[in-house]
Design a binder for this molecule. Structure first.
Ligand code: SF4
Ligand code: SF4
Length: 332
């Protein structure tokens, strides 16, 4: 069994935002009655602790949904900490008032990333679908820096047509802010939705096409600026090769992105969704479900897991997910 490097736990299941780049909120079938309970997640954490893990193993408490809407989230973070599992969270920042920031501190969370998509409130609020969203990110940064000083703050920014003109200025603003540890960019991919089928042509379709950066000059200029910043030591997490891949993708989304095998096939990533489906890539489908009564180890060691890995190795999708989420330099 290969040592795990990353595990995504879908503990959130509801959201208070209306983001343009994620349509989870439109048609989610998830509710308190059909998602895993806190006790079930704690048992999963214990099982993860007993699996082979690489030194830098990271646990990602994720959604779909806003993580701090989950009752009991702090007890899950605490449980992970007690087991020695390093955890991180990405949040829309809407609920981080002083009280929540103090709870973050008490839970021992080491890494907290806020989604911020614009230098201006106008752009960020439009993309997140909620007035006041930008102000709440600023408040959250303040509160975490003040009341949870051991938690590293980072920023996640999805590059779209809407915020492309602000990306350079936003990066400079964040560079100046000593409270921010790093900035992680992602390229817009097809908005997540429970109802809509995946489409390789989503960017050309009316519904979400307005998000697609379609001005080659501005794409070039922005990516050149980001690469320049990175080379000058700015706190941008993405490497130069990945930033360059964003450019290639924006200029020609039909280009086959994944030249080699998808690295999810290596077995170092595990995804558990809110209802307990276990996979390495959810687009390939689940290996099994924890509701079958099997343990994580039994699921990972099963013949279905070998089949799942084979499907990933043979995956011929021109998968836009690998641009941002599962990027791995082809040489590495
Ligand atoms: S991107 Fe996050 S905050 Fe926005 S709707 Fe989706 S789950 Fe909610
Ligand atoms: S769908 Fe994408 S992430 Fe999943 S196996 Fe294929 S290339 Fe990898």
């Amino acid at each position: 069994m290969k040592a795990l490097e990353f595990c995504d736990l879908g503990v959130a299941y509801q959201c208070n935002y209306r983001c343009k780049m994620c349509r989870f909120w439109e048609n989610s079938p998830l509710n308190k009655g059909n998602v895993l309970t806190n006790e079930q997640w704690k048992e999963i954490l214990r099982q993860l602790h007993d699996l082979p893990r690489a030194d830098g193993f990271t646990l990602n408490f994720s959604g779909p949904g806003e993580i701090f809407l989950r009752d009991g989230i702090f007890s899950l973070i605490q449980c992970a900490n007690e087991l020695g599992l390093k955890s991180q969270i990405i949040s829309n920042a809407s609920l981080i008032d002083e009280k929540t920031a103090r709870q973050v501190n008490a839970s021992g969370l080491k890494f907290l990333s806020f989604s911020l998509d614009g230098k201006t409130a106008r752009t960020h609020d439009y993309l997140r679908g909620v007035p006041g969203a930008w102000e709440r990110v600023m408040r959250a940064i303040d509160n975490i820096a003040r009341y949870s000083p051991e938690t590293k703050i980072s920023i996640n920014t999805v590059i779209t047509k809407v915020n492309l003109p602000e990306i350079t200025a936003l990066t400079e603003l964040l560079q100046e802010d000593k409270r921010i540890a790093h900035v992680n960019f992602q390229a817009i991919t097809q908005p997540f939705s429970f109802a809509d089928p995946r489409s390789e042509q989503w960017f050309a379709q009316e519904r979400d096409g307005f998000l697609w950066p379609d001005a080659p000059g501005l794409v070039d200029q922005t990516i050149d600026a980001l690469i320049g910043f990175k080379k000058r030591g700015y706190k941008i997490a993405d490497n130069v090769e990945q930033l360059a891949l964003f450019r290639d993708y924006f200029l020609d989304p039909g280009r086959f992105i994944k030249q080699g095998r998808c690295n999810l096939g290596s077995g170092s990533v595990l995804i558990i969704d809110p209802v307990g489906l276990v996979s390495r890539c959810s687009l390939v489908g689940p290996i099994d479900t924890l509701s079958s009564g099997k343990t994580l180890r039994e699921i990972i060691d099963s013949p279905q897991a070998d089949m799942h890995r084979m499907k990933i190795d043979q995956c011929q999708k021109n998968c836009h997910l690998v641009v941002s989420c599962y990027y791995q330099d082809e040489e590495s």
